[in-house]
Design a protein around this ligand. Sequence first.
Ligand SMILES: Cc1cc2nc3c(=O)[nH]c(=O)nc-3n(C[C@H](O)[C@H](O)[C@H](O)COP(=O)(O)O)c2cc1C
Length: 367
Amino acid sequence: MQTELSTTLGVEHAVFGFTPFPAVAAAITRAGGFGVLGAVRYTAPDELARDLEWMTAHTDGLPYGLDVVMPARKVEGVTEAEVEAMIPDGHRDYVARILAEHDVPPLPEGETSGWRITGWMEEVARSQLDVAFDHPIKLLANALGSPPPDVIARAHDRGIRVAALAGSPRHARHHRDAGIDIVVAQGYEAGGHTGEIATMVLTPEVVAAVDPLPVLAAGGIGTGEQIAAGLALGAQGVWLGSLWLTTEEAELHSRRLTAKLLAAGPGDTVRSRALTGKPARQLRTAWTDAWDAADGPGPLPMPLQGLLVAEATSRIQRHGIDPLLGTPVGQIVGRMNSERSVQAVCDDLTRGFEKAVDRINRIAGRA
Ligand SMILES: Cc1cc2nc3c(=O)[nH]c(=O)nc-3n(C[C@H](O)[C@H](O)[C@H](O)COP(=O)(O)O)c2cc1C
C-alpha cells in the first residue's frame, strides 16, 4: 500500500490511523502505518508530554503525528467559567432528567469528570502545541478548520507536515490557501464530526479541488478493498479512525462499550449534535435519542453542549449505564466484529488490498 506520499514520509503503508490512545498510535506506526494521537482529551500538558515521550520510545524511530482541535470559530478571551454561565437552566434540568430516568449514580467521592472538552478552546490547543513541538512529531493534524498561520509556520520551521480535515471541496480549498500540506477528505460515514458528503463523492472532488496537494480518503474505510477504492479515487493514502476502537491495544472505558461496538451494525450510528453541539457521528443510544427528540430542548451550540454534558458523560461511562453508553464511531462499525491486535488489523488490510488490486487487474485483463 505504497504511494508517493508514503514514500516521502518514510512509511511502509499509506495508512494513517487517528486514535485517542498512545498504545494504538504507536502500534499503527510499528505496523508500517502512520499513527496519529488525538490530543483533545488531554487537559494537562504534562500528561501529553508523558505520552509523547512514551510514543517516541515505542515507535522505533518511525514517524508519528499529533491531532489537535482548533475550531475555525474561536472562543477568545472568555474563561471556561464564563462559557459555563451561558448554559440555560432548562438544559441542565434536561440532563438531570435523562440521568434520573436511567438511575445514573453520581461520580464516586473525590472523582471529577475527566473529559471537559476544553481541548477545543484555542488556548488549550496552543498549550498542547507547545508540548508537541518539543517532541519529534512528523505530522500535525487539525480537526475543525485550518490551524492559524503562526502554528503552520512553527510546524514548517520544524519540518513537520500539517494536515487538516475537510468535509467539502470548499473546506479543502481553504486549507490549500492556508498552506496546509495534506488534506484529509472526510466523508459523512466517518466517526466523529462530519459533513454531509459521502466519501465516495467527496474524495475525487477534493482531489480535483486541491491538485497537486496529496489527499487522504477518510470515512467508512475498514478493509483493504476500501483502501484500494480510496486510492482509485485519487487519494494518496487513507485515514482511519473507527477501526482501531476495537483493537486489543485500545483502552475504552468499559468492556460493555467494546461489546456494543462489536455487536453494532452499519445502521446503528447517528450524526447527532448530542455530544459536542456540532454534528458528530456516534453510536445511536438513548442519550442521542433524547437530544434528537422533538419534545426535548435540543443540543446547544459548541462549546456549550460539550461543557453541559461532560459530567453526565463521565457518570454514564464510570457506571457503564448500558442504554446511554456510546462513543463517536462511523458506519464501518458494522465490520468491527472481533477484537484483534493492531498488527492483525493491519495484516488484514494489506491482504484485502492485494486481493482488490488482483481483482481489478483481472477485470482489466492484465493478469
Ligand atoms: C472515537 C473517535 C474520536 C475522534 N476524534 C477526533 C478528533 O479529536 N480529531 C479529529 O481530527 N478527528 C477525530 N475523529 C475523526 C477521525 O480523525 C477520522 O477522520 C474518522 O474516524 C475517519 O472515519 P472512520 O471513522 O470511518 O474511520 C474521531 C473519530 C473517532 C471514531
